[in-house]
Design a protein around this ligand. Structure first.
Ligand code: PLP
Length: 479
């Protein structure tokens, strides 16, 4: 982009088109409730509406923007007030604008020297967040640790596993390949990203142990210890435990305060995956979710889920940053520079998998500045209060039951008429276009997940969603 180019968009054209794009996004949010939350397209519908050939000559930006009309019928409206599927991916004005500026700057923060503010803002904001969430001080850069942004919690847990693998094998696996002796532990309710990390890191799925859970779907520490002892007896080497604070199926909270001492006793890396639940700790009254986190070697949560920061943005903390750098550092000639040699800077290429890195910290920084701690707390508390209300409506209808504890903002409920009925009910709910929810299986039963947290949702939306569910259920009952 420059002032006079014939080939590129000029700054004047960019300004004009940019205003239109911002208007387009604002209009979208004004009208978001008019769209069916879950799109009514069949596989292939979207592609068949697209031009078969790319344009040979340049098109006007207005026409390109108009092409959004082709795509909108196939968009799932994650920011709709009636989106209650999976976990939220809550965004906000400052996050969208921060991301826009980041893209506008077009920097690549692979090393400190490639854009010093990119690295330093990231360290600074992540140090702020340690205080905001009252996490252990060892995660701060002023201590032995530090924070870094990854794209997703899947990457954070993988990076933690690679660091744990190298620590357990004294760097042997990086040097010589697999040793097939390391074992990994997580609960049967942990996110699938842990199994994926085990595969990618070359630990091998057969060396992943799934620990039993208790009645509340939280990891049973006694079973964890039994599995560890049995593996040691067989000459294996326990290397990594992943505890989940807020499981995907039901937001169960593993007892990290009991798991931590076991990891310490056997010298095993403890990683805590709080992908969704982490931001609850912004409010002092919900900091119980982090009981025992002082034992953790690494910790992750996603501001892109429940902290109003557009996808993608996953915070990753490590208590000893040298373990991460030892595991992932590379130094080809073309990346050498005096700042790195001075050892006074962090080069985040050594703190994750990719070399190139977006300026994600900017949107996070803008979100924290725009809302302030109080605004973020209000958002979290508001979600908790709304969840309590929805829970009370479900409890009032004796045809339904809530099948798991509700520590945060996810309600797992089902109609008492059984699995087939619940599957039909969920299909009816999603086909209506008025809401989108997903399901899980808990104790062998089909369960509907009502997940709350999108920034556009208020109590009226929730009430009319619940009224619809009751109506659809009684229609199905009478059929
Ligand atoms: N961990 C937990 C507990 C999750 O619930 C999820 C996603 O919902 C993930 C990890 C994966 O998150 P991401 O999409 O950021 O990799």
């Amino acid at each position: 982009m420059n002032k006079t180019s014939k080939l590129h968009m000029t700054t004047k054209e960019f300004r004009e088109a940019g205003y239109k794009v911002i208007d387009w996004i604002a209009d979208y949010y004004d009208q978001i409730e008019d769209y069916p939350v879950f799109p009514k397209v069949k596989p292939g519908d979207v592609r068949s509406s697209l031009p078969t050939q790319p344009p040979v000559s340049s098109r006007k930006y207005d026409e390109i923007l108009k092409d959004m009309d082709i795509l909108m019928p196939g968009i799932t409206h994650w920011q709709s007030p009636n989106f209650h599927a999976f976990f939220p991916c809550a965004t906000s004005g400052p996050a969208i604008l921060g991301d826009l500026i980041s893209t506008g700057l077009g920097v690549n923060g692979m090393n400190w020297v490639t854009s010093p503010s990119t690295t330093e803002l990231e360290s600074h904001v992540l140090d702020w967040l340690v205080d905001m969430l009252e996490l252990p001080k060892k995660f701060k850069t002023s201590s032995t640790g530090g924070g870094v942004l990854q794209d997703t919690a899947s990457s954070s847990s993988l990076v933690a596993l690679i660091a744990a693998r190298e620590k357990a094998s004294n760097g042997e696996i990086n040097d010589s390949g697999y040793n097939q002796k390391l074992t990994v532990y997580t609960s049967s309710q942990a996110h699938s990203s842990i199994e994926k990390a085990v595969k990618i890191a070359g630990i091998g799925k057969n060396n992943l142990r799934l620990v039993d859970v208790d009645e509340s779907f939280a990891m049973d520490p006694n079973h964890l210890k039994e599995l560890i002892l049995s593996d040691i007896e067989q000459g294996l080497q326990p290397a990594y435990v992943c505890a989940t604070v807020g499981t995907t199926s039901s937001t169960a909270i593993d007892p990290v305060d009991k798991i931590g001492p076991i990891c310490k006793e056997f010298g095993i890396w403890l990683h805590v995956d709080a992908a969704m639940a982490g931001p609850a700790a912004l409010c002092p009254e919900y900091r119980f979710i982090n009981n025992g986190v002082e034992f953790a070697d690494s910790y992750t949560f996603n501001p892109h889920k429940w902290m109003l920061t557009s996808f993608d943005c996953s915070v990753f903390y490590i208590s000893k940053r040298e373990s991460l750098v030892d595991a992932l550092s590379i130094m080809p000639e073309y990346l050498k520079n005096t700042a790195t040699e001075s050892q006074q800077v962090f080069d985040f290429r050594d703190w994750g998998i990719p070399l190139g890195r977006r300026f994600r910290a900017l949107k996070l920084w803008q979100v924290i500045n725009y809302y302030g701690i109080e605004g973020l707390q209000e958002y979290i508390k508001g979600n908790m209060i709304n969840t309590e209300r929805v829970k009370s409506w479900i409890e009032k209808n004796s045809n339904f039951e809530i099948v798991a504890p509700v520590p945060l903002t996810l309600i797992c409920f089902r109609h008492k008429k059984g699995d087939d009925f619940n599957q039909k009910l969920l299909r009816r709910m999603n086909d209506s276009g008025k809401m989108y929810m997903t399901h899980t299986i808990l104790k062998g039963q089909y369960v509907i997940r009502f997940s709350i947290g999108t920034a556009t949702t208020n109590l009226d939306h929730l009430k009319s969603t619940w009224n619809c569910i009751e109506k659809y259920a009684s229609e199905l009952e009478n059929n």
